[in-house]
Design a protein around this ligand. Structure first.
Ligand code: BG6
Length: 485
């Protein structure tokens, strides 16, 4: 479905995010015919670049980050024709008249301003957008995470952006919300009666959310070291997954109905304090090891100096509500783990009583595994009888839906959906100001508890599932992290 004609202005046009994610996503949307012919994508950054040079860079980027099967020369050339470029100092004065002149050529376009820059610049860029008369009914601003590094800085950014744009025109990206399987979670929970009836503390034993990565900090050590796994992944992506898993049914799919329900979950998170932080959290940092059979350096070596920043975090979280009372949520994420894997595991209570002889009853509880990546899909682990005449032996098997096999189509990247939702003005999959701030308030309590204890992160070899303390964290409760059947 085509969207309205737009001028997408991307600040930070030569940066990593634009190159790896935004331009490839826009290319795919163009290829699928969603982008109207009068639309433009206008790169903006401080580098003095000719339009031709920006197009040449983009051509290289697409060759690297778009699958060869999806790239054909004619579509690529036609897409590049939609690209323009302006050298502009987002936070200073230079170059703005050129941007204004360019946008004035097509005054009726929808105008999203995507700030793929450091969050420190969000406020100044927005002030400039206002000063140069670029904010109107058809403009929107898109903010990448992280929105700040704690509640105080997040509020300052939200205030500065909020002085220029009304909340309905602010789109705070958490790209996990654009992932197909994450949206599928809404379908699973609210378009099927069977799961809804089971979604309660009476039936669910606990929930696990794992977001594991094999990569280290790559070229981003400078940013990452000021952030760490809690700020980089848990405060946003993982808490958003938790919200979609735990929230009540929204009234409808309107942005505010969905966000109201997510907000209630965030408000219900029990703060972690210095008193329980040892029991319910683990911070880790990878040391030398091997991933995919290849030796890799430790974090400190990559960084080049000493640091206590965590590259792994696991914690046990409580959602204080009737539905979830007594149901722990175990969360973990880390860099340099053995595989790239994001999944939500809902583990149901074990059968209360066994009619089967003890030795034949592998008392495995049912689990619903929602796999976000890779191999998107869902599995329900159920007990079945082992085939054959050997008596009543039981074993767990999977009721399995592989989305790849079922739908046989390319899975769009999260950014494709989100970039087009911005043009449509649909904010359902974006974070509202209060969500971001309440999530920060919770993360701040944990950061403070860690700071009070002054403990260094625990070492884990690259290629392992984090410090052994993370295994102990869940095993103390008589549970284990989910492993593939
Ligand atoms: C980003 C984090 O938000 O998400 C990165 O800043 C992380 O550190 C990335 O690698 C993971 O995203 P995905 O889509 O690859 O799971």
């Amino acid at each position: 479905i085509p969207v309205a004609s737009f001028d997408y202005v991307v600040f930070g046009a030569t940066g990593d995010l634009t190159t790896r994610k935004l331009l490839p996503a826009l290319y795919h949307r163009y290829k699928d015919g969603q982008i109207p012919p009068t639309s433009r994508i206008i790169g903006a950054s401080r580098s003095e670049l000719a339009v031709e040079a920006f197009r040449a860079r983009t051509r290289d980027a697409l060759k690297r980050f778009v699958a060869a099967d999806d790239l054909d020369e004619a579509t690529l050339a036609a897409f590049l024709d939609h690209l323009d470029y302006v050298a502009v100092d987002g936070a200073g004065d230079d170059g703005w008249p050129d941007l204004v002149a360019k946008l004035d050529e097509r005054p009726d376009q929808v105008r999203p301003f995507y700030l793929a820059t450091s969050p420190d610049l969000y406020g100044s860029i927005c002030r400039n957008l206002a000063k140069f008369g670029l904010v109107g009914e058809k403009s929107r601003v898109v903010l990448e995470k992280p929105i700040g590094k704690d509640l105080k800085s997040a509020r300052a950014i939200n205030d500065a952006v909020g002085e220029v744009f009304p909340e309905e025109q602010i789109f705070r990206i958490d790209h996990y919300l654009g992932k197909e399987t994450v949206q599928n979670l809404l379908a699973l929970r609210f378009a099927n009666t069977i799961f809804d009836r089971l979604w309660t503390a009476d039936v669910i034993d606990h929930v696990q959310i794992t977001v594991a990565e094999t990569v280290g900090v790559e070229g981003r050590a400078g940013y990452y070291d000021t952030s760490g796994a809690l700020r980089d992944m848990l405060q946003n992506h993982i808490l958003q997954l938790l919200c979609l898993t735990a929230m009540e049914s929204p009234l409808n799919l309107d942005a505010n109905s969905v966000r109201d329900e997510k907000l209630k979950v965030l408000r219900a998170l029990k703060p972690i304090t210095a008193g329980d932080v040892q029991q319910v959290t683990v911070r880790g940092q990878y040391v030398q090891g091997a991933v995919d059979g290849k030796p890799v350096e430790g974090y400190l070596n990559e960084l080049g100096h000493d640091s206590r920043t965590e590259t792994f975090v696991a914690c046990k979280v409580e959602v204080q509500s009737w539905r979830w009372a007594g149901v722990p949520f175990y969360l973990r994420t880390g860099k340099r783990l053995p595989q790239k894997l994001s999944e939500i595991v809902v583990q149901f209570r074990a059968a209360p009583f066994s009619i089967f002889p003890e030795e034949s009853f592998g008392r495995e509880p049912n689990r619903l595994v929602i796999r976000l990546q890779p191999q998107e899909g869902m599995k329900l682990e159920v007990m079945t009888k082992d085939p054959g005449p050997g008596g009543m032996r039981l074993r767990p098997t999977n009721l399995d839906i592989s989305f790849e096999e079922t739908f046989k189509q390319r899975y769009p990247d999260a950014y494709e959906r989100l970039l087009m939702d911005v043009v449509r003005g649909n904010a359902t999959l974006f974070m509202r100001r209060d969500e971001v701030e309440v999530a920060w308030a919770w993360a701040d309590s944990l950061l403070k508890a860690w700071a009070d204890r002054r403990e260094p992160p625990r070492a884990y070899p690259a290629g392992s599932w984090g410090p052994t303390a993370a295994i102990a964290l869940i095993e103390r409760d008589g549970r284990t992290w989910h492993e593939e059947l």
